[in-house]
Design a protein. Sequence first.
Length: 187
Amino acid sequence: MEIEAEFNAILEKYGAFLRQTIARVCPKDLGIQFDDIEQEARLRLWRAIEAEREINFHGSYIYRIVVSVTINVIRRAKARREEQLRLTGDDEDEDAAEVKPITLTAGAENSPEARAEREELLRKVEEAMARLTESRRLAVGLHLKGMTTDEIADLMEWSEPKARNLVYRGLKDLRGELRGAGIEYSE
């Protein structure tokens, strides 16, 4: 009964945040049901509480769960679509006159070189983020995911001025780290 009480208390406090996070991170063009993600996220939270895992920051933990579940659901949705494409191709008449080749076009933004450049840039940004102090890294990471300083403060149980200060100083540090890695950009 203690597990259920803790679970319900967390959901009462963070339930709206859970749904807002799902709406923010889940792509709308894949036909994924938000309710499915919410159900799986709640199940993972229940299992964590049941396993007596120590959860220091409930909001941060819920955010990680939502992102993880959403990524898994997207992967499953894409796998189902690929499977459906293969099955549809198998059902068609094998007559050579009837077979129509599928042409995939790749723009310059999808070229192997562009993808490699993006991956290299992402690696450099991740390395720069890793060099920030933990509190600034957390604040900047949440800010870059679209959270306001009020939301960050609530999530991390900080005051809003502290969250704002950590975001701004963290962004300044991140810009310096990126310049040191040879990444210049205009604001």
